[in-house]
Design a binder for this molecule. Sequence first.
Ligand code: NAG
Ligand code: NAG
Ligand code: NAG
Ligand code: NAG
Ligand code: NAG
Ligand code: NAG
Ligand code: NAG
Ligand code: NAG
Length: 505
Amino acid sequence: MISSMERQRSFSFKPTRLLVFSFIIFSSIFFISTFTIWLTNSTPSLHQPTIHLHFNTVSSSSSAAVAAGDTVNVGLRSFPVQFLAGSTKNFTVESVKFPTFGTQNNSLFGSKSEGVGHHVSAQTVNFTAMQEHEASSGRKVSNEQEKVAAGSTGRVKVPIFEKIEQKKAKGCDLTKGYWAFDESYPLYRKDSCPFIDEGFDCEGNGRLDRNYSKWRWQPKDCDIPRFNATRMLELIRGKRLVFVGDSINRNQWESMLCMLLSAIKDPKRVYETHGRKITKEKGNYSFRFLDYQCTVEYYASHFLVHESKARIGQKRRPTLRLDAIDHGSSRWRGADILVFNTAHWWSHYKTKAGINYYQEGTLVHPRLDVSTAFRKALKTWGSWVDRHINQRKTKVFFRSSAPSHFRGGNWNSGGHCTEATQPLNETLGGTGPEKNLITEEIIKQMKIPVTILNITGLSEYRIDGHPSIYGRKTQTRSIQDCSHWCLPGVPDTWNELLYFHLQTR
Ligand SMILES: *[C@@H]1O[C@H](CO)[C@@H](O)[C@H](O)[C@H]1NC(C)=O
Ligand SMILES: *[C@@H]1O[C@H](CO)[C@@H](O)[C@H](O)[C@H]1NC(C)=O
Ligand SMILES: *[C@@H]1O[C@H](CO)[C@@H](O)[C@H](O)[C@H]1NC(C)=O
Ligand SMILES: *[C@@H]1O[C@H](CO)[C@@H](O)[C@H](O)[C@H]1NC(C)=O
Ligand SMILES: *[C@@H]1O[C@H](CO)[C@@H](O)[C@H](O)[C@H]1NC(C)=O
Ligand SMILES: *[C@@H]1O[C@H](CO)[C@@H](O)[C@H](O)[C@H]1NC(C)=O
Ligand SMILES: *[C@@H]1O[C@H](CO)[C@@H](O)[C@H](O)[C@H]1NC(C)=O
Ligand SMILES: *[C@@H]1O[C@H](CO)[C@@H](O)[C@H](O)[C@H]1NC(C)=O
């Protein structure tokens, strides 16, 4: 019965139906071919040469090493890259070092000091580029012309290659671009900013070369508006802009204070609300800009979760409560703009190698690997944000981890960067350290939207931006700071990105 009805229906082709049917077929074909032509014209990257990089690395590594809390390499897999400058080339790059899980020694001056160090042991990576497809000459020529033109106006393109990614249909990918030399930078003079502490005051500590403060980040597909301090102050009028995190966030916060101060006529109308002086040790600062009735604050929180103590055996020992937000969180709550970070302290050395250190409830884990712990802590942070942040009032940012550039050793074994006065020509690319991936994953699961300030890739080029031996008035060549950043310098760019996001959201 049913089958005969179906047959009947399917075979009853009336002329009108046939007409409609063929019209649909025709318009589909028309649409598809139009779309294909449009797609071909609008994505020139399809015709650009694709190159595969093959990496040989000195030290062996695997993801298993991460779990075991061992030395880790960063993202050394083959990936296709787009070549801007030409055909086959060989280049050798000293690897960029990210704060990684589980490296041996992590502190510049012992456990109570700044979170620097934390790096992979130095290694040289060989890149051998092999061209896979013939280049369509058009784009290449225009790139060469661009280079020449850029050169003659005093602007230099730095990266030689970049990773091909599917072009984002909408918006602009701020992470893809190059550093352009720009004499109109820096955005403020060191002498006009009293907020730069010794550790970041490279010029004050005797660094003579200045080019490191004159590079502007230029995204490939769009422009970042130049930072306008007046406009930024207007954006935060009557509001609280709050940075929470480790000393690298203090670095960015001091940069923001300096950038904003440049628009204030009477510097006396900017002051710390409790008269505190900026030092390395504390992190509890709220600077008021009287003219705009706003505050720009910084709260130190190395892990974002609570650093606690618990009885282990006979003694009370320091632990990290993975299930409890930092007790300072009450001070972040009412903020209008929150910029978080945590990365550098999640290391073998700073976390007692994960032995009897991580605590949940009354349980102190006898041993826990650092990436599991990091994930749990960020979950705790994410739930806190979801529970306590009002989406209509507060914009939340998380700054991705900043790379460090120790060459020829670790922070405490002669690692250095003092000779670098130019950005690197190329970086490893890739997705960056595992912490960024975990952060991204946690943020995707959250209810409150969080914008990632993705500064990892662009900062990788900037080996020239660290204090090196100029992190102190009295220089010692033996210990260098290749983790923090000189001011003015690279963190100014991070703040320009923050400014960009605040304007466009
Ligand atoms: C890198 O290449 C150079 C020259 O081709 C070679 O001597 C060196 O051993 C290579 N290094 C690694 C880690 O493969
Ligand atoms: C690349 O390196 C190989 C061996 O190291 C060498 O024979 C070749 O000429 C190099 N190519 C270029 C373009 O430098
Ligand atoms: C770590 O630092 C300590 C001193 O703080 C030093 O004794 C030890 O040798 C260092 N270990 C490594 C692997 O660098
Ligand atoms: C950097 O500074 C030096 C002199 O201090 C100058 O010769 C050079 O052209 C500058 N620019 C770049 C991009 O290195
Ligand atoms: C900065 O912003 C202010 C206020 O929006 C505006 O009046 C001023 O012209 C801007 N300055 C520049 C250099 O664009
Ligand atoms: C931070 O400052 C506030 C306000 O003065 C104070 O109540 C709080 O105890 C301070 N916290 C720390 C950790 O210094
Ligand atoms: C980077 O490029 C500049 C000019 O484009 C060149 O002078 C310099 O030697 C290059 N550095 C490296 C490490 O290849
Ligand atoms: C951050 O930028 C890098 C390129 O610099 C990219 O590989 C990575 O996926 C980006 N991460 C996020 C979360 O956007």
